[in-house]
Design a protein. Structure first.
Lengths: 210, 326
């Protein structure tokens, strides 16, 4: 696949990433979020966090499967969008649910695994957002940086568990998310094993991975 | 609309087409428009659906005075709007999305409808709904409704005390509990084809709770017959308990000597007990029950013990540990 105009594609992706936030704000302003707007906003931003995390996690498999290495140029922006929606999600909780009541928040995080896991998953994204700049990658060194950013996997798993725990009985959507995540992470695991097998193989001929 | 005459703009000022409509720019514009439109479309599919207007039939001869004397509506608490009451529902037989129930329940047929009242009673009977609604005068009861999910409403129900119906069938001495059952008909309640809950939905009360004057069978709200999404044609309202105790579209009521199974308790026993009394001190494992969001309000309200009906009902639970019997 030929590389597209990176600058322009980046602009298109940036705009598209912002579209849900704009629509959410627009609907909120026009009172079109239903009877419980805050619940809707919390749910929407939560789902969007996972969606952007998943798109970010899809970059590597897509690159390897299609050979379109330029895809990696968009990964930082996608990851930062996951952080952005995660931040909004947390904000709806801290502001509209707890009204910045520190004691209540601490109590919630401490006593309720549902909240603990959600909060931990978001906090894991913070160092990743901070170290997303070119300068930081240089300072950390590519290998260490890559290792650190594997935390994305943990955050995504935590996010899905948090989503699953948040629903009362209808787990269809959280389970769908879990399956997608399993594919995204499963690909890496399988690919890693195959690569290792190729490397360690003493045989000269290796069947191509299929 | 003002349309400028062509000669407002000198022809020399019009940018030549070839400068802005190059193929490249056109393709870029198209890509930009197509992707944002697609993103908008996908987002919109998951946004809150537009609410279909509903209208019940006017119920004649609703008595308000009698109810107002013994059960004053919550003072200083505005009634939740009809639109919000009828578009934000938990009724899993139709949909698990609270904003989707109204659309999914549209056209639900509630006539003919019978309610069997049986079990440990002197005179078991299958009531035709229209006869059942003539057992006692219909009253307007303005009650708080507190959902276990931390939101609440103030709803002007139309109904009559459950006790009046139970008196008709004459419970036997050994009857200690009342069990309720929702219609089971996946053709009319399409989400019963899924297994999100065990169907049919069942609920239960202790006999003294069922006989309490606050406990009503409701057939309407805001002076009109219940829309399907609110539990048409007949539902239970127990205002001091979490909303899910208010079983909807009732077809069977059974008196029994054993504590009957209840749907949410079967689904998650550690989260939903048999009693399910509103209690700001007994928390749901996943969230605090100390506060609630009144629909239509921005800030949270403190949740009241027994949803504010403690004066009337706390006596029913004298000596009981409400942390154990949640």
């Amino acid at each position: 696949m030929a590389a597209p105009d990176i600058k322009f594609t980046r602009f298109v992706l940036f705009t598209n990433g912002l579209v849900p936030a704009i629509l959410l704000a627009w609907d909120a302003y026009h009172q079109k979020l239903g009877a419980n707007p805050i619940e809707f906003a919390t749910r929407a931003t939560g789902v969007l966090t996972l969606v952007f995390l998943f798109i970010t996690l899809a970059v590597t498999p897509l690159r390897k499967l299609t050979g379109a290495n330029w895809l990696v140029k968009f990964r930082r922006m996608l990851g930062l969008y996951a952080f952005f929606y995660g931040f909004l999600h947390l904000l709806t909780y801290v502001w509209f649910d707890k009204f910045f009541g520190a004691r209540e928040i601490v109590e919630d995080v401490w006593a309720r695994p549902f909240i603990t896991i959600g909060m931990a998953s978001f906090l894991l994204l913070v160092p990743l957002a901070i170290t997303s700049t070119k300068g930081m990658i240089k300072r950390l060194g590519g290998k260490r940086w890559a290792k650190l950013h594997k935390l994305t996997y943990v955050a995504a798993i935590g996010g899905v568990i948090h989503f699953y725990m948040g629903v009362k009985a209808d787990t269809t959507i959280p389970i769908t998310f879990a399956v997608v995540l399993a594919v995204l992470l499963g690909y890496r695991w399988v690919k890693g094993r195959m690569d290792a097998a190729t490397k360690n193989s003493t045989l000269g001929i290796q069947t191509p991975p299929r | 609309m003002l349309i400028k005459k062509p000669d407002d703009i000198k022809s020399s000022e019009i940018t030549d087409k070839k400068y802005y409509l190059t193929r490249r720019n056109f393709m870029r514009g198209a890509a930009f428009a197509a992707t944002t439109a697609a993103t908008t479309f996908v987002y919109r599919r998951f946004a809150v659906p537009a609410s279909p207007p509903v209208k019940g039939e006017k119920i004649e001869n609703v008595q308000t005075a009698q109810a107002a004397e013994s059960f004053p509506p919550p003072p200083g608490e505005a009634q939740t709007s009809y639109e919000e009451i009828t578009n934000y529902n938990n009724f899993y037989e139709f949909s698990t999305g609270k904003s989707e129930v109204a659309g999914a329940a549209r056209g639900f047929v509630t006539r003919p409808w019978t309610v069997a009242v049986e079990g440990m009673v002197q005179k078991p009977k299958v009531f035709d709904l229209d006869d059942l609604l003539k057992i006692a005068p219909l009253e307007e009861r303005v009650y708080r409704m507190r959902c276990v999910e931390r939101w609440s409403m103030v709803i002007p129900w139309v109904g009559f005390p459950l006790a009046k119906l139970l008196q008709q069938v004459e419970p036997l001495g050994q009857a200690k509990y009342v069990a309720f059952q929702t219609l089971l008909d996946p053709k009319r309640m399409p989400n019963q084809r899924t297994d999100v809950l065990e169907w049919p939905y069942v609920e239960g009360l202790r006999l003294d709770e069922a006989m309490h004057p606050l406990t009503i069978l409701a057939s309407g709200l805001y002076g009109e017959t219940l829309p399907p999404q609110n539990g048409a044609p007949l539902r239970l309202v127990v205002p001091w308990k979490y909303g899910y105790k208010g079983i909807k579209s009732i077809v069977k009521i059974t008196l029994t000597d054993r504590q009957p199974p209840t749907t949410w308790n079967i689904s998650a026993p550690d989260e939903y007990g048999f009693y399910s009394n509103v209690n700001p001190r007994v928390h749901h494992p996943r969230w605090s029950q100390a506060k609630e969001r009144r629909i239509g309000e921005f800030s949270l309200r403190d949740t009241l013990p027994f949803n504010g009906y403690g004066e009337q009902v706390a006596g029913l639970y004298a000596g009981m540990d409400l942390k154990v019997n949640y």
